[in-house]
Design a protein around this ligand. Structure first.
Ligand SMILES: NC(=O)c1ccc[n+]([C@@H]2O[C@H](COP(=O)([O-])OP(=O)(O)OC[C@H]3O[C@@H](n4cnc5c(N)ncnc54)[C@H](O)[C@@H]3O)[C@@H](O)[C@H]2O)c1
Length: 468
């Protein structure tokens, strides 16, 4: 290509990127982003905005470049937001966490018991990701700190990646691309297939499996699925009753199960043997669910014609050259040397849209917990909610009482509250802790102070918040 051609190509590429003012962008990301102000508006309904009694203004510490959608939602609530692009060194974190009411993190910040004990005002932690193993959940519960995450915001992103991989595997696009990158022209059609009319077998028909089912059918694939629970099928997909039935009949087998003792090596030598000759395997769930040495053997004998893996038993802690090696997983060099193997670094859920959705989902859950005490969806707490108070319910206080789960506490608490009009009350427990929520009407500031002081003296109390 001449220098002029190259220049023209670069210019037209640049023009395509620069949407001129007034032009309508057709980018899916842009259209998603455009919906966000509307979604934020919807979040502010007509319900009464409750204020915390005695905790002052709500301060939120956001670390690890949590998505802008979360910052917008918190600021919209009137909270004070302290935002950092990275995680903080332990000593700085211990200092900063002392006076905040909520903290938002991703996977790098370790919230150990030692750190959480410094956090005297902390009521809630938001993990703006799927995993929560960076937080000592039991210690947080013991200290009365609820933890939320976002388990399903990236389901669509994973399903879309799997759709792409189905076609790429069937057409050996990965190999052709690698060859051409290194100067080899290899125009072949042997053992390259269309996907329409083929059968996709989905193991685990949850959030991701079900989304995938719909997308796959729209491309003309037949869908069958295996799940340990009976789940209503979408479209014309069919649930099969055994894993073997799925393996015997699928051209593509894709896994969407959680990591459990039962799913460890759910695909191993006997399962590869049960597959159709020349089937393809896709795993974007958890690294432990496929027995990789057995997969390598199945590929070597042609039983499996291609595989796409996004997750691995051991994954590097950080990005970088040389991170994916035999030292990490001893079969690495054997796996990478096989034809038609697509390897991606756990990016199934990594899209701008998923990050935005995570920002909205987690910040909304945190705001609901801070403002209303609603703990629905918490990963370490009893799930308790009461319907919101109406704007005209003026002299009402909402009591949030987190306590040790031991006999007799409710009697003590109800003795305190029974001097007043309890409009509604709900309580639940989870292991060592319990959570009571009650709306008390016809109270004045002196009553609120009295209720707070009396509850504060109860020996089983972990944390009290009063909202009015
Ligand atoms: N690659 C990524 O970036 C990425 C992103 C998000 C989620 N994930 C992983 O994808 C997996 C699925 O996520 P999801 O949101 O769809 O989960 P989900 O909980 O909605 O669905 C999982 C399904 O698996 C079924 N299941 C459980 N044990 C089973 C078994 N032994 N045999 C058959 N079915 C079984 C469950 O009944 C459920 O229907 C999880 O492991 C999750 O960690 C990966």
């Amino acid at each position: 290509m001449s220098a002029l051609d190259m220049n023209n190509l670069q210019n037209s590429f640049q023009q395509a990127l620069n949407v001129s003012p007034g032009a309508v962008s057709t980018s899916p990301t842009q259209s998603f982003m455009n919906t966000i102000p509307k979604r934020l508006e919807n979040f502010n309904s007509n319900q009464k905005a409750l204020k915390p009694f005695s905790t002052g203004d709500i301060k939120i510490l956001l670390l690890e470049n949590v998505n802008q959608t979360a910052i917008d939602i918190f600021k919209n609530q009137g909270y004070q937001v302290d935002f950092y692009k990275s995680s903080l060194p332990e000593a700085e974190l211990a200092e900063k966490i002392k006076d905040v009411h909520a903290i938002g993190i991703r996977s790098k910040t370790q919230l150990t018991e030692k750190i959480l004990q410094q956090a005297k005002n902390l009521v809630v932690v938001g993990c703006f990701c799927i995993g929560t193993n960076q937080v000592d959940l039991a210690a947080a519960a013991r200290l009365g700190i609820a933890v939320f995450n976002s388990p399903f915001s990236n389901s669509r992103s994973v399903a879309e990646l799997v759709i792409a991989e189905i076609i790429i595997l069937a057409r050996q696009v990965g190999d052709r691309s690698i060859e051409l990158h290194t100067g080899t022209w290899n125009k072949v059609s042997a053992k390259c297939w269309e996907v329409r009319g083929k059968t996709l077998g989905i193991i685990g028909y949850g959030h991701i499996g079900a989304q995938l089912s719909v997308l796959a059918e729209s491309m003309g694939l037949h869908v069958i699925y295996y799940d340990i629970v009976t789940i209503m099928s979408l479209g014309t997909a069919k649930q099969v009753s055994t894993l073997d039935e799925l393996l015997n009949n699928s051209d593509f087998v894709t896994l969407h199960v959680p990591e459990t003792p039962e799913t460890k090596n759910i695909l191993s030598a006997p399962q590869f043997a049960a597959m159709k000759h020349g089937a393809y395997v896709i795993n974007a769930s958890r690294g432990t669910v496929v027995d990789i040495p057995a997969l390598i053997q199945a590929m070597k004998v042609g039983k499996v014609a291609g595989a796409a893996l996004d997750v691995y038993p051991q994954e590097p802690a950080k990005n970088g050259s040389g991170a994916f090696s035999n030292e990490l997983n001893k079969w690495t060099s054997e796996l990478v040397s096989l034809p038609n193997v697509l390897l991606t670094p756990h990016i199934g859920g990594s899209t701008e849209e998923a990050q935005s959705s995570i920002g909205i989902e987690v910040s909304t859950a945190l705001s609901k917990y801070i403002n209303e005490g609603n703990s629905t969806g918490s990963v370490n707490f009893p799930e308790v909610s009461l319907r919101a108070l109406k704007l005209d319910q003026e002299n009402t206080v909402r009591v949030l009482y987190i306590h040790k789960n031991v006999p007799g506490v409710l009697k003590t608490v109800n003795n305190i509250l029974s001097d007043h009009n309890i409009e509604k009350q709900f309580s639940d427990s989870n292991g060592e802790i319990a959570y009571l929520m009650a709306d008390i009407s016809s109270v004045n500031q002196d009553d609120i102070k009295l209720i707070y002081d009396q509850l504060n003296e109860t020996t089983e109390k972990i944390r009290i918040r009063l909202l009015y």
